[in-house]
Design a protein around this ligand. Structure first.
Ligand SMILES: [Zn+2]
Length: 331
């Protein structure tokens, strides 16, 4: 199989977390060290809204100026070492400001569909240019913040105008409906990749865009019991959710009852099923295995799980690629 690793490069959503930026940089370095050792390139979906927010306030706060420069430097290094840089958009940065030494995260308008069409266009324009300023190779791939890709009509024309052809948000069977998130991938094409024009929900063989969904794994309900228990007993403390937003009582109840379908992930506690899911995939006819991750959510266990996974994959004749390397040529 060809393996694609993609990493959503962004900070936590919680308040009072001044060290988020340094954590992101440190964790990314740890990941890159491991990947480089095995000559593996990956795709980094950079949260361009974060760049925008840093840029907007960096003249007022020295620490934001440092954060901004460190982030830019790291993205430059990632690109220089031939990793792919993709566009990732979290529009809540529109309402999020650095106040009294902390990011005051406002999530009332979390997804692009919470904004008017005109505002969406401005956000896409501003954020894309923010990223484009520091990247020299064309940006050809996109992932929506929080998997909220629909309605795709909101961003379709803009993506076309800037030459983004690869869409990498969907994961088979994914569903969430909370105060912040909304997506439902249950009726999407059940293929490894497909072309589309109006929405990734509907295949169109002549479509301009290509959807490359993430591979999924199933997290059994007892894992969520364990998280709930850890939280009650305050073991490992803090945020253990990939997106860093508390899912709400209804969603927690659903996960505790039914488990949850999630993208195959390097994030803490999810990385435990990476190798198992890969071995199951080996028994199918699949040609791609697409893994996501958030450097912010990487811990020592994830790194260890990733190390074992790489050893197994390379030892059994599998290869690693990126979205642009693999798919850009077929357009
Ligand atoms: Zn994100």
């Amino acid at each position: 199989m060809k393996i694609i690793i993609s990493l959503d490069y962004e900070i936590f959503f919680k308040k009072n977390d001044i060290d988020s930026n340094n954590q992101l940089i440190k964790n990314t370095n740890k990941l890159i060290t491991l990947l480089e050792k095995n000559n593996i390139k990956s795709t980094f979906f950079v949260d361009a809204g974060y760049l925008h927010a840093l840029d907007r306030q960096r003249y007022r706060y020295t620490n934001l100026k440092d954060d901004y420069l460190n982030i830019i430097y790291q993205i430059m290094q990632l690109e220089k070492s031939n990793n792919e840089i993709g566009l990732h958009i979290h529009p809540h940065w529109e309402d999020t400001y650095f106040i009294n030494g902390n990011w005051e995260m406002k999530l009332d308008r979390y997804k692009l569909s919470d904004y008017k069409q005109k505002d969406v266009e401005i956000i896409m324009y501003k954020y894309y240019n923010q990223l484009k300023k520091i990247v020299t190779v064309p940006i050809v791939s996109y992932r929506a913040g929080g998997w909220c890709i629909e309605p795709f009509s909101l961003i379709k024309n803009h993506l076309k105008n800037i030459g983004i052809k690869i869409e990498a948000t969907v994961f088979k069977g994914g569903y969430s409906s909370t105060k912040t998130h909304h997506y439902d991938f249950r009726g999407y094409p059940k293929k490894e990749f497909w072309r589309f024009s109006e929405t990734p929900k509907k295949e169109d063989n002549n479509g301009y865009f290509m959807e490359i969904p993430s591979t999924t794994s199933y997290i059994p309900n007892y894992q969520y019991w364990k998280i709930a228990l850890d939280k009650i007993l305050k073991i490992n403390g803090g945020d253990r959710n990939g997106e860093g937003i508390k899912p709400g009582i209804k969603e927690i109840a659903r996960r505790i009852m039914l488990g949850n379908t999630v993208p195959v992930s390097l994030d803490r506690f999810k990385s435990a099923v990476l190798l198992k899911t890969f071995k199951e995939s080996e028994k199918t006819n699949n040609s791609y295995f697409s893994i996501i991750g958030h450097p912010k959510s990487i811990d020592e266990n994830s790194l260890n799980d990733l190390k074992n996974f790489i050893e197994y994959a390379l030892g059994n004749g599998h290869t690693f690629t990126t979205y642009s390397k693999e798919f850009n040529k077929i357009f």
